[in-house]
Ligand binder design. Structure first.
Ligand code: SF4
Length: 568
């Protein structure tokens, strides 16, 4: 569809957002007007508007509050924060007050998992006396809005008991280290070659940090081999509840992401880059847009960059509320202003991506590592971490930990080091029951499994996916049935609906989880889980359905005794 539309839709979601702010809703009149402006069929605009949560039917209040329903926020108050907020605002979740003064929307998640539970009041995190004091900690709003919030991003120079590098300090891979951004780019674009950049990234063994772990050089090289025009796209759609490192990177170090994207563009021969940032991260979008303007003024972007014959510019696109938009084929639809539908692969985006052209899509954390690799050499990066997964990873620790935040560690460190040495265990009076690894599509581990290393394969063998590298601590007080219901509810709410096994299966999962709470039905509901999980695993179109089933399986394993007792 995007190839048939006359005007590119990168501004479509922003235009709908603007119309919604002016008219209070996105109705038929708005859709017709916007379609006319873009020269699009009304059906194409209606399709997009009806897909995204931000444009859901119904009125928006003058004050629109988002409340996080992600796992860390759920764990922090066993989900009670929603009801408390409803009472305080006088409006039900998903509704607008009769006088239009306030509306309340649930989202997964807001990226403040180190300070749960989180709300976004308009575009401001937890601001306002009412919201700031609501959760029992009046300093919460101040902590979230503190300018230049960067404490969690500071690398800890703790000693890590690491199999391949005993007692070596945690390494600063340049992501947020002392080196400033744009130190590599001028020299590379003026006198380097795309092959050199490609060779260093290949030597580094860098893999995608967003969850799929695909080798970056392989993706770039496949894109570069296709006829142009080619595109590079940065994925800033960090939707995994529990993960907030991309938000902090985009807000705290946007130029490093841009430099990584520019180096990617140089390597694959792209003249145009796009960044999709999820709508729940308004500050990240604002800072990246400002960084693009600054980079243009400094000559890092634009025509004949730094006296070379290379032109390159970047466009920032803000999403509109869709978890699945983080999947790369869905993301390519979202940047074009369309429904963020997943499509079957092949063809892969490397040959058939944005506007049907060859496109390299990389997560923002992945791109942030590229300047360091080009500057210090791929071999140096490959020496970090583990031979199977070289380099470092930003790992997010949730609010229940004594020292929540983002830590950059080498791949291969034991999870116990993250949980106990860096995170400091759980804050009093809580005790650890399980750790969710890799977000809602990852899985849960018990405390006695924490000697597993931070590596994809051993974790997969233990039944969990590393995903984007978040660890959410679950304490012993949270009832088993509640966390199971939470896992299924995420699947039902965020399934894009394109394939039946996931769309229907996740809803069926919610029903089964509800029945586990009913004494007479618990055993049958537990037994019905296995065939349902099997269908999601083998028949889902994308990794979402498989991931949800993987997470639910791990919960059934850990909590089987408690869940059975629920039925006694
Ligand atoms: Fe959409 Fe779920 Fe199917 Fe993925 S598995 S395409 S998210 S319905």
């Amino acid at each position: 569809l995007q190839e048939r539309l006359r005007r590119p839709g990168t501004r479509m979601l922003d235009r709908l957002r603007q119309a919604q702010a002016e008219d209070g809703r996105v109705d038929a009149e708005v859709l017709e007007r916007v379609a006319g402006e873009f020269g699009w069929p009304v059906a194409a605009v209606t399709g997009a508007a009806s897909y995204y949560a931000d444009f859901a039917e119904g009125r928006r209040g003058q004050r629109h509050v988002l409340v996080c329903e992600g796992t860390s926020c759920f764990v922090s108050m066993q989900g009670q924060h929603i009801a408390r907020l409803e009472r305080a605002l006088g409006v039900r979740l998903g509704e607008c007050a009769a006088d239009g003064s306030v509306s309340l929307q649930g989202v997964r998640c807001l990226g403040y998992c180190y300070d749960s539970p989180a709300v976004l009041d308009g575009e401001h995190p937890g601001s306002g006396e009412q919201l700031g004091g609501l959760f029992g900690d009046p300093r919460a709003a101040e902590r979230r809005t503190r300018p230049g919030w960067a404490e969690p991003l500071k690398m800890r120079t703790a000693q890590i008991p690491h199999a391949s590098a005993v007692d070596r300090p945690v390494v600063l891979a340049g992501l947020v280290g002392d080196e400033g951004p744009w130190e590599v780019w001028p020299g590379v674009v003026a006198s380097g070659s795309p092959d050199q950049v490609m060779a260093e990234v290949a030597a580094s063994g860098l893999r995608g940090r967003g969850g799929a772990g695909f080798p970056v050089a392989k993706k770039w090289s496949a894109t570069a081999q296709e006829p142009g025009p080619r595109y590079v796209v940065a994925n800033g759609d960090e939707g995994d509840p529990g993960s907030f490192c991309d938000r902090l990177l985009m807000e705290g170090d946007p130029h490093r992401i841009l430099e990584g994207l520019a180096l990617a563009a140089f390597a694959v021969g792209a003249r145009h880059g796009l960044i999709l940032i999820r709508s729940e991260y308004p500050t990240a979008a604002e800072r990246l847009r400002a960084a693009v303007s600054e980079a243009r003024e400094s000559g890092h972007l634009g025509k004949r960059v730094h006296g070379s014959d290379f032109d390159f510019d970047v466009e920032v696109v803000r999403g509109a509320g869709s978890y699945v938009a983080g999947e790369e084929t869905a993301l390519l639809h979202a940047v074009a202003g369309l429904r963020a539908d997943v499509r079957a692969r092949p063809p892969y985006p490397t040959s058939h991506g944005y506007l049907g052209q060859p496109t390299a899509v990389n997560n923002v954390e992945t791109l942030s590592a590229v300047p360091w690799i080009v500057r210090h050499g791929g071999a140096g990066y490959a020496r970090l971490g583990h031979p199977d997964e070289p380099g470092t990873k930003l790992v997010c620790l949730s609010q229940r930990f004594r020292r929540p935040g983002v830590y950059e560690v080498e791949y291969g460190v034991p999870l116990r080091h993250l949980v106990e040495d860096l995170g400091g265990g759980l804050r009093e009076p809580h005790t650890l029951r399980a750790v969710q690894v890799g977000g809602p599509l990852g899985g849960f581990l018990t405390p006695d499994q924490l000697d597993l290393p931070l590596l994809s394969r051993p974790l997969a063998e233990a039944g969990v996916a590393l995903g984007h590298g978040s660890l959410v601590a679950v304490d012993s007080a949270l009832p088993a049935a509640a966390i199971l219901r939470h896992a299924w509810a995420f699947g039902a709410a965020e399934s894009c609906g394109a394939c039946t096994p996931c769309r229907v299966g996740a809803r069926r999962g919610v029903e089964l989880a509800e029945r586990i709470g009913e004494t007479a039905q618990a055993e049958a509901a537990l037994a019905a889980h296995e065939p349902l999980l099997e269908v999601l695993t083998v028949a889902s179109l994308c990794a979402f359905g498989r991931g949800v089933s993987c997470a639910v399986r791990s919960l059934l394993r850990i909590y089987s005794d408690e869940l059975r007792r629920t039925g006694e």
